[in-house]
Write a protein of this length. Sequence first.
Lengths: 251, 179
Amino acid sequence: MIGIYSHGRSYMHLLDPRTKLALMVGMSLLIYSAQPTALAVLLALILLLSRASGLPYTRLVQGLRPVLVFFGAIFLTHLLFTPGEPLIEGLAVPTLEGVTTGSVLVLRFILLILYTSIMTYSTSPSGLNYALTFFLRPFGTFGTDLAFMTGTAMTLIPGLFREKDTITKAQAARGYKPRGMKGFTALVVPLMNRSLKRVDELSDALESRCFHSKRRYYYYRQTLANRDYVAVGIYVVLAGVVLFVRFEAGF
Amino acid sequence: MTQYVNVKPMIYAALFAALTAIGAFIRIPLPLSPVPITLQVFFVLLAGLVLGARWGGTSMVVYVMLGVIGLPVFSGGSSGLGILLGPTGGYIIGFVAGAFVTGLIYNKVNDSKTATICAMIGGLAVIYLLGVMQLSFVANMTLQQAVAVGILPFLIGDAIKIVAALIVADRIRPLLAVS
């Protein structure tokens, strides 16, 4: 399985995917509304959850690597363009205010990614797909169709990677170096050609077996257990404390 | 008939979602620039051109779902709801609107090259618009700052992608017409 998910039997793994998806959205809102003190508490909680779900810290922070440069750019922008008390005598920037606003923002983004990494580590893609379908039920058949398409796309990805490797290796064997616009079309046109042929066969096979929209594709069933209510309860208490700290205590 | 047999567009939408997903991993070096371009935005625009507004947009919704359920399909191999709600999430949501708008404009105009380019520029503009809006809102930046961080570094690469999408779309459409 590609992605961060890993099978396990921890408390986090056993939670219902729907609970986890709802908590993911809830926690994201909480992280965005948290003040520095509350952020420190949330960071501690995230490290605790990571330990509880069996996710090693090295793999936890791996999710940050792709976005680090962009976060750095955001931090720099705030560092250089926030007016306030200068840190260095004689220079207008960087300011103390710039450092605080920049680091609080970036810390929020980092927490957001760390938290969702734990959730996707402990929930299988099919489980989360089911949860998404569940919450899309108000949209009628669109939700089930979407789940079907997502499942299909999931199974197509490894095949596409193989096709891409086959094409690039065949071209390399003939001494071709992909470069610029020519390299673009030289890869994409055969890739599209081959993958379209494959999905045409797939859709023919589905159609000839009378497969159609407006039916249930997923037979994954799970019922909410006590631990789900406990998790939601913990979240509600946590949210109460964070919001209280923000709006009443003010630090 | 048409009410039920709609497997083919659904499968095509799934294919374009998967292509956009692997597009983040295909890097092609450019002659002059040190940064290789990835094919992600290219497949978004192509989905709009080839599948049209409705199914192009749907395919990008599927792509977003793939990322949310934890496959490393967002740019750089990241994934999860955190990316979607973070500073760069606007671009990903913009993919849905971008493919939709590209398909919409393309279906409205005649089949000339200029019209196709206009459709793709429209789609790209929508991606940038949503991306910058979320960036400035979430990261607490002014619009000028968000544009400097979120648009200017990517302009040249995206211009190349538009030309490439134009060439590829012309060569792919016959394959779809036969099927």
